[in-house]
Design a protein around this ligand. Sequence first.
Ligand code: NAD
Length: 416
Amino acid sequence: MTEILNPFRIAQQQLDHAAEKLGLDDATHELLRWPMQELKVTMPVRMDDGNTRVFHGFRIQYNTARGPAKGGIRWHPDETIDTVRALAAWMTWKTSVVDIPLGGGKGGVICNPKELTDTEKERLARAYVRAVGRTLGVTKDVPAPDVYTTPQIMAWMMDEYETLTGEHHPGVITGKPIPIGGSQGRGDATARGGIYVVREAANALGIDLKDAAMTIQGFGNAGQHAARIGRDLLGMKLLAASDSKGGVYNPNGIDVEALIDHKIRTGQVSGFTDTDPITNEALLELDTAVLFPAALENVITAKNAPEIRCTILCELANGPTTPEADDILYDKNVFVLPDFLANAGGVTVSYLEQVQNTYNLYWNLEEIHWRLKDTMRNAFASVLEMSRNSVIHMRDAAYLVAVARVAEACKLRGWV
Ligand code: NAD
């Protein structure tokens, strides 16, 4: 049988599975299988050479029963409506599993940001807000950075939104630079949240991670911070890391700061001193305590799952594991920290950013870390409890916790 790799089909399949286990009625199940609102936009943007290029983008509000939609904006050449739908669904389960009062949404633009100058990026960011701005707002839908979008891009987007409305609305978008309403601790929040749940998982499994190996696929924002915080908080050593151009490996450990410097200077991890090259495929199969997929979807499939040899799989990326691969990992006793739990640190601090914007009062880093740790620890505990009580793996348990909360909110509102 051919494995389904369309991310939205996977998201629906995962929901179907949870709906069956929860015994959801047909209407609630159908409601939760689809985005409640989606917008497709076409944006003409003037390039630096005077020509106009036409870009296509999306913004989706998947479910808002628990609060305004929340979710990042991705700029990627392979973006599709189905990728955005799937990611918007996962945002809905993510805000629910960490129990913050928000729904799920997502946005995307089909483009290759590596081919755009800064001025072209600014014009594209502003064009996107002009196109989808009517569906955004602190009480409606609040975007954030994601793959290939940055705090600077969020700043341009917020500015465009405020220009359109003629009012200050710093809470309309999160992941902003700190001087214009960003939060302390947002930059490394996704990775930090992931490391907090890895620590909880290690405690639950009774394993010591000091000097244990970690492997990172996708040495970008989330991946680099995971390497640094994994070293600082858990004492782990970096065995291998990769990006879209290839990977590097050293069984004795890689100097994290020096590798980050090298990546910033050269734009790639390849060629880093004292390391051997390794392919992205081989990196995933290394014997390691914690494997962090931190790049794109569908990298662990039925094909390579039998070769995965980590103890804990911490999914910083969205959708890195297919359902078929999941079953194989479960049988192999790999402890999976599912994406929408493992990478919920980013949205949690985004939520804290929005709260601060609304208060117009700002917290220090210590306060943010404390609140993030508390949220991640509580989320992990509810999922672990569900997993142990129902004898199901962590992804199923996370789905049951999250979907049950969204279904309850839909019911309380009288939607179903
Ligand atoms: P990023 O753009 O900073 O980094 C992505 C990295 O992955 C880059 O180094 C890129 O070279 C690498 N990459 C791309 N294609 C690859 C491939 N085929 N093989 C190996 N590496 C590849 O993005 P990010 O913000 O670090 O996000 C990474 C993942 O984490 C995404 O799935 C994103 O949706 C998810 N995520 C990020 C955040 C956040 O706050 N940054 C929050 C939640 C989820």
